[in-house]
Design a protein around this ligand. Structure first.
Ligand SMILES: NC(=O)c1ccc[n+]([C@@H]2O[C@H](COP(=O)([O-])OP(=O)(O)OC[C@H]3O[C@@H](n4cnc5c(N)ncnc54)[C@H](O)[C@@H]3O)[C@@H](O)[C@H]2O)c1
Ligand SMILES: [Fe+2]
Length: 377
């Protein structure tokens, strides 16, 4: 693991011990307005560190905000960046450091990532998903140099996450674990991390959704998010993510919500099992892995078809329990002509997305278009 992980109660105290004097904090406006930022600046002040703030980060890491952050970085010349927020803030910070050091490689600058959602795992991954708003495409940058040197997992920061964001980001965690578990690049280590993450989601995601102050559940989900990040960092993801990125870029569907909506359809596509399926002599290789996921969640084990169906049913039940829409129509924000008019462009961009390479089945453009069409209603 490239990232040193500090976790548990009071883990933010690590900020008093970091071996850097000049720190640029990159965060989103919510963290500053809610004064959550004090939890970061107090330990820095206590340790006599100098710091400055860039808090112009918005959801989905658009390139113009990243460019503004690069200017700030080059002006301030920090020794370390502390990125605080959800995936959007951490990804923006990762991209800002990467581009700034390409323009002016004056020194090594460390990244300390402090997530405030239990979702992306970005604090430990070499991915930064950015949004090219001019061309309406969202895509992951992937490079080892994007990886943070340190991550601090303090669940106190997640306490204020509202239920709908807990639901969306929690389903992002689950999707990372599932996609990395069935990915063509999985190995025993990535699988172990994914299994633990799936087990925790099964027990604690709904608890965290129902009671945001259930700190035991919050702690568990914060760890599950990081475990899933470690898993997909080596094993990669799949087309749920490739397709979700386009729904984010074009229609601003929150990332985790898009994943939750797509995942049942992608499991049906990959496993070649849907509600009409009968037992078969041979199954697609992904079926065995989806079955293990169902077992980890404690679902049925009668035969392969029923086991994969139970996994799909579990995901759909979680969507209902957490008020996540299951279709695009239910979102009520997208006109049918806009959605259907965009399907071909979205399918082309999803095929080109870096996450597609490790999907257990190689999709055609037509197959991806069909999944987008099914998602409407
Ligand atoms: N780098 C990776 O490995 C990776 C993996 C998956 C997704 N992503 C990307 O991450 C982004 C999504 O990140 P996210 O799901 O964490 O959401 P986010 O960062 O966009 O945050 C969602 C909302 O929650 C708010 N919020 C964050 N923390 C809060 C808190 N503690 N209390 C109250 N509100 C809070 C934010 O202000 C924002 O309005 C997407 O762009 C997605 O593509 C990156
Ligand atoms: Fe994700």
């Amino acid at each position: 693991m490239r990232t040193a992980i500090h976790f548990g109660e009071n883990s933010l105290n690590r900020l008093t011990e970091i071996p850097y004097q000049r720190v640029l904090i990159i965060t989103d406006p919510y963290v500053v307005e809610s004064r959550m930022i004090d939890l970061i600046t107090e330990p820095l002040k206590k340790a006599g560190k100098e710091f400055d703030l860039f808090f112009d980060v918005v959801p989905d890491a658009p390139l113009d905000k990243i460019a503004a952050g690069v200017r700030k970085f080059l002006e301030y010349q920090p020794e370390a960046v502390v990125s605080v927020g959800g995936g959007s803030a951490i990804d923006s910070a990762k991209a800002i450091r990467e581009f700034a050091l390409k323009i002016n490689p004056y020194a090594h600058v460390a990244m300390i990532a402090v997530p405030t959602t239990s979702g992306t795992g970005s604090e430990v991954t070499s991915f930064a998903v950015v949004n090219d708003t001019e061309h309406h495409v969202k895509y992951p940058l992937v490079a080892d140099s994007l990886t943070a040197e340190e991550a601090i997992l303090d669940a106190e920061l997640v306490r204020s996450v509202p239920p709908s964001v807990t639901a969306d980001t929690g389903m992002d965690v689950f999707t990372h674990a599932v996609e990395s578990y069935v990915s063509t690049a999985h190995n025993e280590f990535s699988a172990a991390l994914a299994e633990k993450s799936i087990e925790i989601c099964g027990v604690f995601l709904l608890r965290a959704y129902l009671d945001g102050n259930d700190m035991h559940a919050r702690q568990k989900m914060h760890v599950a998010s990081c475990l899933a990040g470690l898993s997909f960092n080596t094993a990669g993801l799949g087309i749920t993510h490739s397709m979700a990125h386009q729904l984010g870029a074009l229609f601003h569907v929150p990332h985790g919500r898009a994943n939750a909506m797509l995942l049942p359809h992608v499991i049906e596509y990959n496993s070649e099992i849907d509600k009409y399926s009968r037992s078969q002599k041979e199954y697609h290789p992904s079926v065995k892995r989806y079955s293990t996921i169902a077992h980890v969640l404690g679902l049925s084990n009668f035969n392969k078809v029923m086991t994969v169906r139970s996994l799909v049913n579990w995901i759909q039940l979680m969507q209902k329990e957490m008020n996540i829409p299951t279709t695009i129509q239910e979102l009520r924000t997208i006109a049918p002509e806009d959605y259907f008019g965009a399907i071909e462009t979205m399918a082309e961009a999803a095929l080109a997305d870096a996450c597609t390479a490790t999907n257990p089945k190689t999709p055609t453009k037509q197959e991806i278009m069909k999944i987008y069409a099914k998602l409407w209603a």
